[in-house]
Ligand binder design. Structure first.
Ligand SMILES: [Zn+2]
Length: 446
């Protein structure tokens, strides 16, 4: 009997093996002895950039590091007038992160370009591979620095940000030899762009559960976040009768269970709700909680589904507080619209997935990605790759199999070789860029 494994030729497997070997090699560059940490513009980060640039050059690209640390490789078309398709992802990591988050998308693109270059293949458009310098927001608490510069929305106020040691971003860039005055020049001309396609490890368990190596992203979820403060009356735990309490923590408990229940009601819309922070300030074992503070993060692949859930949850907080005589303040801290993927690009990715003999399964992205920012300048699509180990990510246990890395690479190669630009998009693109609904606040985090 022929197994799926035997159907792979050594040459096909070579892409996956190269990608994993490169990820392993990059993983040895770390700020911490144990685990992988690569935060913005540290010595580790800069060494990672140099390594990526070298691999891009060896793959046949013109490569440079731009003024904010993005590593940019261009695989040029024989037609100098051709427009540009961008692919890529980020190379910074969270503290003690995984080897594939972000990097898989960069390394796959480099491996695919190297393959085309070695075979003497050319594309009828320029292909740009961008390794974004900063997406996670770890060092300076501000996400998407790299992609914001590429779309011409780098906020100069960010240059005054300090890391936890008081080191100022402006000084770090200067010390790295970057020319601050050329940051504006990083901005791409949207009329030159054909689109942006990002490969990324899923960072969740959906593809693993489905038994599929890849999935096509429909939309990158937008997020609304709140800080909620409930105030009751702190009183003696032994002497305050149950019926006479104003317990802020039990009120919060009712709300938390409702968040879970409400978001469970609507699984089709990828709606998720999370209370990730929950405190009883100055709480004590023998005191009825007089205050309870919690965070709220509600996301969905479409904004109306998310907003309906938010409205219900805020109404529930009011009801619970009224019935329990609790005061509450609700502070909105973030509202970021979702970034839908472009149907015409998704269709071309679907065709490539089908040509690989796989069903074109679609899923929403609950995490933020560079594609979210790129969507403000051009049409975007994403291909997710199965995340092993139960879908764990932002963790050293994150895994990617050589087979899955290889399948994703072959799909990207096939997609590029069949890619057809969408004609006459300039007018629509201008409208998108000007639409404030497409503007997500920069503090949005994964
Ligand atoms: Zn990532």
């Amino acid at each position: 009997m022929t197994t799926l494994k035997q159907l792979h030729t050594p040459q096909q497997h070579a892409l996956g093996a190269t990608i994993l070997a490169w990820a392993e090699q990059l993983g040895t560059l770390s700020e911490d002895k144990h685990g992988l940490t690569c935060t913005y513009l540290t010595a580790t980060h800069r060494a990672t950039a140099v390594q990526l640039m070298q691999w891009m050059r060896e793959a046949g690209m013109h490569a440079h590091i731009d003024a904010v640390g993005n590593v940019v490789g261009r695989f040029l078309s024989t037609d100098p007038q051709a427009r540009t398709l961008i692919t890529g992802s980020h190379y910074d990591t969270v503290r003690n992160g995984g080897k594939y988050d972000g990097r898989q998308g960069i390394l796959t693109a480099i491996a695919v370009v190297k393959h085309m270059n070695d075979k003497g293949m050319a594309l009828p458009f320029h292909l740009e591979v961008i390794a974004f310098a900063e997406e996670e927001g770890v060092r300076f608490q501000s996400t998407f620095l790299g992609s914001s510069a590429v779309i011409g929305q780098f906020d100069p106020a960010l240059l005054d940000l300090q890391d936890r040691d008081g080191v100022v971003l402006r000084d770090v860039l200067a010390e790295a030899g970057q020319d601050l005055s050329s940051i504006d020049a990083i901005a791409r001309d949207p009329s030159d762009l054909l689109g942006y396609v990002e490969l990324h490890i899923e960072q969740g368990p959906v593809l693993l559960e489905k038994g599929l190596p890849v999935g096509i992203v429909t939309s990158i979820a937008g997020s609304r976040r709140f800080q909620v403060a409930l105030t009751g009356v702190a009183s003696h735990a032994g002497t305050t009768p149950m019926a006479m309490r104003k317990d802020a923590a039990t009120a919060a408990a009712e709300v938390l269970l409702y968040v879970e229940q409400r978001c469970n009601e609507d699984p089709s819309s990828s709606l998720v709700g999370t209370v990730g922070q929950l405190q009883v300030p100055h709480g004590s074992v023998n005191v009825v909680p007089g205050a309870c503070h919690f965070s709220l993060d509600i996301r969905a692949g479409n904004d109306p589904a998310r907003d309906a859930a938010v409205a219900d949850i805020l109404a529930k907080i009011e009801t619970v507080c009224q019935s329990r005589n609790i005061e509450c303040t609700i502070e909105p801290i973030l509202e970021a619209g979702c970034a839908p993927c472009a149907p015409w690009l998704m269709a071309q990715l679907s065709s490539a997935v089908e040509r690989a003999g796989l069903p074109p399964f679609e899923l929403a992205s609950g995490a933020g990605h560079d594609a979210m920012l790129m969507a403000r300048a051009t049409d975007v699509a994403m291909l997710f790759t199965r995340c092993g180990n139960g879908g764990i990510s932002h963790n050293p246990l994150e895994t990617l199999s050589v087979d899955d890395a290889d399948v994703a690479a072959r799909i990207l190669l096939d997609f590029l070789r069949h890619f057809k630009p969408r004609p006459a998009r300039a007018a629509t693109r201008g409208a998108r860029a000007a639409n404030p609904a497409n503007a997500a606040p920069r503090e949005y985090t994964e």
